[in-house]
Ligand binder design. Structure first.
Ligand code: PBG
Ligand code: ZN
Length: 350
């Protein structure tokens, strides 16, 4: 399907299989769906969705310093790592068969223009160099945004209380280029400014990196599910909120426009974020564009599961595998998830 020819009909009928092809013309007692549920080997044979360790990308938080492994309060099992301890952790990640990580950085200083985001020796670029040096086979994706680096905590440049779009683009492109120069395999802009994919693509191509793909956070909603992340990245906006750039959770058709634009601007993979409350959006994007789709199983989704599990209210491993499988079933080709490491361990035992 051509980009731009997404069809409105799919909005109302996702399941486009004619009724006669969906059901057998035999009815009970001849037709008994339970027969193929009776044995695990049967169930595996007819399983429609596979969740594999190679579908998972592990998000990591990196800070300056040495020997740091600081727990993040609302995300049990997730830490701030300095580069040395991150490398220790990545031995386990790689041994678990996880194909890649996405790096989030914590800068030394924050300023108006988020300078450390694009400094050649900024925390992310340093981490990328160190990780690619020790783990050349591990995919390293970087989150491209300014909010963790700006004193005001917004994802773009601020003037008179407004978040400016076009002046921000240049800084985002500089950030992406600095990560790629450090050796990043893929860049993931998460800022939701208009036109950033095009600006980044142009900048990377111009610098000779036309082979480095862009994973666009194409459909990123304003969400309370980012709460724990903002604690982890110290990126809570100091005034206002992100509603002037992130999407309204009530909108689905607008999500298709966002995807359309990002693909036209050169995105290689489009992401939907958060995941669980937006499975319908993942399905819409997959059905309408048939491009690679990623889902971000975000910090608040992780925190909810952990909180319930710590109280013994849910069966943790089953719940997590069920959630991740649902994201794949909805149409996500791969998933960025803080559960990656534990899920990888359970999947290898299953
Ligand atoms: C930065 C960014 C955020 C997340 C990924 N990149 C936070 C935000 O937009 O406030 C959220 C990740 C998560 O909650 O796990 N723009
Ligand atoms: Zn941001």
């Amino acid at each position: 399907m051509e980009v731009g020819s997404w069809n409105q009909k799919a909005l109302t009928s996702n399941l486009q299989i004619p009724f006669e092809r969906l059901v057998s013309n035999m009815y009970f007692p001849v037709f008994r769906p339970r027969r193929l549920r009776a044995k695990n080997s049967f169930r595996q044979l007819i399983r429609e969705t596979r969740l594999k360790v190679t579908d998972l990308i592990y998000p990591v938080f990196v800070c300056h310093g040495k020997g740091i492994r600081e727990p993040i309060q609302a995300m049990p099992g997730i830490y701030h790592f300095s580069i040395d301890t991150l490398q220790e952790e990545l031995k386990i990640v790689q041994a678990a068969g996880i194909p890649g990580i996405i790096i989030f950085g914590l800068p030394k200083i924050k300023d108006e223009r988020g300078s450390e985001a694009y400094a050649p020796d900024g925390i992310v670029s340093r981490a990328v160099r160190a990780v690619k040096d020790k783990f050349p086979g591990l995919l390293v994706i970087t989150d491209v945004c300014l909010c963790a680096y700006t004193s005001h905590g917004h994802c773009g440049i601020v003037a008179e209380g407004e978040i400016l779009n076009d002046p921000t683009l240049e800084l985002l492109a500089k950030t992406a280029l600095s990560h790629v120069k450090a050796g990043a395999d893929m860049v993931a802009p998460s800022d939701m400014m208009d036109g950033r994919v095009k600006t980044i693509r142009t900048q990377l191509d111009h610098a000779g990196f036309d082979q480095v793909p862009i994973l666009a956070y194409a459909v990123k909603y304003t969400s309370a599910y980012y709460g724990p992340f903002r604690e982890a990245a110290a990126s809570t906006p100091q005034f206002g909120d992100r509603q002037s750039y992130q999407m309204d959770p009530a909108n689905a058709i607008e999500a298709l426009r966002e995807v359309h634009l990002d693909l036209q601007e050169g995105a290689d993979v489009v992401m939907v974020k958060p995941a669980l409350a937006y499975l319908d959006i993942i399905r819409l994007v997959k059905d309408n564009f048939n491009y690679p789709v990623a889902a971000f199983n975000v910090s608040g989704e992780y925190a909810m599961v952990k909180a319930a599990a710590q109280r013994g209210w849910v069966d943790e491993s089953r719940l997590i595998i069920e959630n991740l499988t649902a994201m794949r079933r909805a149409g996500a080709d791969f998933i960025l998830t803080y559960h990656a490491l534990e899920a990888a361990q359970w999947l290898s035992k299953a």
